[in-house]
Design a protein. Structure first.
Length: 58
């Protein structure tokens, strides 16, 4: 998570200082992608944990 936080901070900084609209949109889209990717990784980890501890599989 530390890497994601650092990356989000950098992308926010770049988006705020970027004068070119298409580039600013790219940085903002990258921020949304990082958040979504972190959410999906957490969901996959939770699903894996649930499947490992499922009594049906014992």
């Amino acid at each position: 998570m530390e890497n994601n936080e650092w990356l989000l901070e950098q992308l926010q900084k770049f988006a705020k200082t970027e004068p070119d609209f298409p580039d600013r949109c790219l940085f903002e889209a990258a921020q949304r992608m990082v958040v979504e990717q972190a959410k999906r990784i957490q969901q996959a980890n939770d699903e894996l944990d649930g499947r490992i501890w499922s009594p049906d599989k014992w």
